[in-house]
Design a protein around this ligand. Sequence first.
Ligand code: TRP
Length: 336
Amino acid sequence: MKNTILTGDRPTGQLHLGHYVGSLKNRLRLQQDENNQLFIMIADMQALTDNAKTPEKVSSNVLQVALDYLAVGLDPTRSTLFIQSQIPELGELTMYYLNLVSVGRVRRNPTVKAEIEQKKFGESVPAGFFIYPVSQAADITAFKANLVPVGEDQKPMLEQTQEIVHSFNQTYGDVLVEPKGVFPAKGMGRLPGIDGNGKMSKSLGNGIYLADSQETVAKKVMSMYTDPNHIHVADPGQVEGNMVFTYLDVFGTDTKKIAELKEHYRRGGLGDVQIKRYLIEVLEAELAPIRKRREEFAQDPEHVMQLLQQGSQQAQAVAAQTLKEVKQAMGIAYFA
Ligand code: TRP
């Protein structure tokens, strides 16, 4: 069975360890299987829906996200890496899909609802932001993706896409493929930030970035939230909610050693500095090769942009074919 997989990220900042464990690693695994064709999209159009007045915040991060992709091992010879705004077909599809969706339905999307509240948009929510789930349906269906690996917060987008596919196929004939969401395994979805406050995010300033230097990673780990009641080394410490152990559980491979460290920490006599030093070692084992590859690609940004241009051309060819079928089905392919 061949799978067509589409996923992407908004380029509003560099990618961090939360992205790495929550989605990038999963993509790498999918990329290894010959039966999977991956489309990986830098969703700059979607990022512009709430950054219209500061487009450089979006455009300048396109290269950064591409570097993060290449650094972790997403391979442009196997996967199609592309930029959303360079595929005009996605905008066209969005226009047709919007007619199949009611304003009431858009308003009910829980993720968008939460974002509108969080950003305090109220009635001044940009219309483009309000309808971005419909544009996301265009992203997915343009490639006839059957699988969409995303975080839990994207579940409502998948549901809305499925509804649009149903409605389109029922109204105009079977053209679109209904996608299935692929969600992270339990516990892998939400890496908390180094402060232990909710998930790792740029806005909370609690992230460790793939581009961070070894010194920065070490400094961030040393400032990690542990157990505030573990004051003296001899005190018994708490492992639950202690970010050092949370991260060791996610990134460590030596489970026996980690179990022993937990035991010792609980008993007392194991200092925070010691466990933090070990975590730095564990993270470096993963991050050092990524950082090295990132630096290599970063030396030739023009080459990276060329890779994105080639990917965008490939992606456009696929989207154009779908759009053609869509217009034929709708009976508006007048000059075909
Ligand atoms: N909304 C996604 C995010 O914020 C990015 C995205 C845009 C996307 N279009 C998509 C993800 C299509 C999957 C499929 O991370």
